[in-house]
Design a protein around this ligand. Structure first.
Ligand code: HEM
Length: 154
């Protein structure tokens, strides 16, 4: 439980820093996703028809913020409840959107790597192995919930 509390604190603290520059971290996040997996470009409506990652695109920012915010909430729930609990309607929506866009399990690993690199970049010298594990674990649990829902909906 003490470890969960520490993990929650690390995630919350870094998310507070990141929230100060949503356009900046969103751009960095998507740039990193495409560096790791150029083909993922075709999945996103706001990327597929442009040559570079658009700055200040509301949909791009919305996806970036959702991923980070839900991961942060997952870290809180892991401490409070020991598991991730999303409202049924949210989970159903996330499952069906990603299924219909053609997202596969491997994409979740790409997004995880991009998320970790984006946090690292944002927090600078505050980055640590513990912070990496805290974000990684919260993200994994969230991603598993979404992937399970996608399988159930398929
Ligand atoms: C859309 C969250 C992972 C690709 C969305 C939406 C949310 C969301 C909230 C908007 C749904 C709506 O339209 O109302 C998340 C979370 C993720 C995650 C929390 C991980 C924990 C991924 C991954 C991919 C992906 C791994 C693929 C690389 C997409 C695409 C859309 C979408 C293509 C539609 C966006 C558009 O074209 O406008 N996601 N997502 N997501 N997501 Fe994710």
């Amino acid at each position: 439980a003490e470890m969960r509390a520490q993990q929650e604190a690390l995630v919350k603290e870094s998310w507070e820093t990141m929230k100060e520059d949503i356009p900046g971290f969103s751009l960095q996040f998507f740039t990193t996703i495409l560096e790791i997996a150029p083909a993922a470009k075709g999945l996103f409506s706001f990327l597929k028809d442009s040559n570079e990652v658009p700055q200040n695109n509301p949909k791009l920012k919305a996806h970036a913020v959702k991923v980070f915010k839900l991961t942060c909430e997952s870290a809180i729930q892991l401490r409070e409840k020991g598991e991730i609990v999303l409202p049924e309607s949210t989970l159903k929506h996330l499952g069906s959107v990603h299924l219909s866009k053609g997202v596969i399990d491997a994409h979740f690993e790409v997004v995880k790597e991009a998320l970790l690199r984006t946090v690292k970049e944002a927090v600078g010298s505050k980055w640590s192995e513990e912070m990496k594990c805290a974000w990684g674990e919260a993200y994994d649990q969230l991603a598993t919930a979404i992937k399970d829902e996608m399988k159930a909906a398929a």
